[in-house]
Design a protein around this ligand. Structure first.
Ligand SMILES: O=C(O)CCC(=O)C(=O)O
Ligand SMILES: [Fe+2]
Length: 516
């Protein structure tokens, strides 16, 4: 984790003209940080809901409106072995021959394959970590679709709100699309999935949706976490009679506690951020950034002549993880910003203040320090080229579902514990000029020179002492690999954080913003 209120150099640019005193400027930074922390605490990272089953309802509603109850859900599947397709209706029909209905459920369970998960670059089956079964979408189809029940609209409102006003379009309208990923069965008495993060299937994946089908079970709580906050979904009580769902951002850790009885049957979907086709589709929820207290706070600052009189900049580390060093990063960000990051970005935009998402590198991590280099070498010794996945430092968090060895991930992430990387206010931050793909270079740094030399050569960025850094950072991605010269030349890797830099114009140039 990097510094809080890293430096107060923003005020330094004002030293020749009336300016906020050093103390007042520190207080401004403290308050701004409190806003950011508050936003992180209140921003949503997960949402969920319930759709009761009406056993008399029939599939195929003619209404264009989302429907609020669901008919029983049909699953039609076949297994490679016998090539026979079968149909199961959930909840099991209490009027039908209960033996044949439960036989059918049993057939579905045994027709599924053991579910794997990604560990490092491998896809593994380890029942101590994940005890579940799965069906691939090519082996089944279902009468259930999340858009029939307005689930995607609900998720959009919470996880992908549009912070636009009619006059200021801070981001193009964004929509969610859902792609069916798997059917999973977690069976009592021991089905579970320990804490993990889903590996995004593509760079535009923003989250996951889990839909729990009506089938009775006990236990099996889904627990979702982000930055110390956690939300628990206990679906057991209504498991027999309702469809229950949860959606969360892809970088949220989550787990399924042990299913002690019954069958917990879920459909999982990957959620992608897209721009709606056709400009006339209005989003269902538009948040006006001007209604947020951070907006008033910043507006009061920019009208203050003594505040950054000659101009300056604030830097904020993103609180969510993004594929910010992937090929698609420039196209994806800021469009795929999540939660508190999205709020911050939109508020600055609505004030007419330029704000950009950029990569940043903490130089102190790499400064000519041979031990540091050795550590990197060790990390990366097995890696070559762009498809590498950095070994994770934290076992629990590193376990990835959906095949963490995904070849499309391209770049890897190294999470840092908060206390692990507390950094001083004087630390040097190298700010990238723009988002760009991970750089793999075979340039050799000279003996005794650190990764900083490779950065000078191959990573477009510079020092920006005028930036006042607010908050702390958590998510790193591989930014650059190079060959470090030594007795044995070896590969070293530099990691970057995603950050947002808000450029505050000089007082005389902010009149337009003030009048707006
Ligand atoms: O079934 C659930 O509640 C979550 C499933 C899950 O985490 C996964 O499939 O990756
Ligand atoms: Fe998962």
């Amino acid at each position: 984790m990097a510094s809080s209120i890293g430096s107060v150099s923003g005020e330094g640019t004002q030293s020749t003209s009336p300016s906020l005193t050093s103390l007042a400027f520190k207080e401004v930074c403290r308050q701004l940080e409190a806003f950011v922390v508050g936003k992180k605490a209140s921003a949503s990272f997960v949402c969920g809901g319930l759709i009761p089953i009406d056993t008399k309802a029939v599939a195929g509603s003619t209404s264009s409106q989302p429907i609020s109850v669901s008919p029983p859900v049909r699953i039609c599947w076949y297994t490679d072995g016998d090539n026979i397709s079968r149909v199961l209706t959930l909840p099991l029909d209490s009027n039908a021959d209960s033996k044949s209905a439960s036989d059918n459920l049993h057939r579905l369970v045994v027709g599924c394959d053991p579910a794997s998960f990604g560990r490092g670059q491998e896809d593994v089956i380890d029942p101590r970590y994940r005890k579940a079964r799965k069906l691939e979408p090519r082996h089944f189809f279902t009468s259930f679709h999340p858009s029939d029940f307005g689930i995607l609209q609900n998720v959009e409102q919470i996880l992908l709100p549009n912070f636009n006003t009619l006059s200021q379009n801070s981001l193009p309208f964004r929509k969610l699309s859902a792609e069916l990923y798997k059917l999973n069965v977690y069976s009592g008495p021991s089905g579970l999935f320990r804490q993990h993060v889903d590996t995004p299937r593509s760079q535009s994946q923003i989250g996951s949706l889990v839909v729990c089908l009506p089938s009775p079970f006990k236990g099996g709580n889904l627990i979702v976490q982000h930055e110390g906050k956690q939300v628990t979904f206990d679906w057991s009580h209504q498991s027999a009679s309702a469809i229950q769902w949860a959606a969360f951002y892809s970088d949220c850790e989550h787990e399924i506690e042990t299913v002690t009885e019954g069958e917990r049957i879920t459909l999982t979907y990957n959620l992608y951020v897209t721009e709606p086709v056709g400009g006339s589709i209005l989003p269902s929820l538009i948040v006006d950034p001007k209604s947020l207290s951070l907006h008033s706070f910043l507006k009061e600052l920019v009208v203050e002549p003594g505040f950054m009189k000659e101009g300056g900049a604030f830097g904020f580390y993103c609180s969510h993880a993004y594929p910010h060093t992937s090929d698609e990063a420039p196209m994806l960000l800021p469009r795929a910003l999540k939660g508190a990051d999205l709020v911050l970005y939109s508020v600055f935009k609505s004030l007419g203040i330029q704000i950009n998402v950029v990569p940043v590198i903490m130089e102190d991590d790499y400064k000519g320090d041979e031990d540091e280099e050795d550590e990197c070498e060790e990390d990366d010794s097995e890696q070559s080229g762009k498809e590498q996945v950095a070994p994770e430092k934290e076992q629990g968090a590193s376990e990835k579902d959906q095949g963490a060895s995904e070849k499309d991930q391209g770049v890897s992430e190294k999470e840092q514990g908060a206390s692990e990387k507390e950094q001083s206010a004087s630390e040097k931050v190298r700010v990238g000029d723009k988002l760009h793909a991970y750089v793999a270079t075979d340039m050799m740094t000279e003996e005794g020179k650190s990764s900083l030399q490779a950065l000078d050569w191959a990573w477009p960025g510079k020092h920006r002492p005028e930036v006042t850094w607010i908050g702390s950072s958590t998510h790193q991605k591989m930014a650059l690999s190079h060959i470090a010269y030594g007795n044995e030349p070896s590969q070293s890797t530099v990691y970057s954080y995603a950050a947002m830099i808000a450029e505050i114009p000089p007082f005389l140039e902010r009149q337009d913003l003030i009048d707006a």
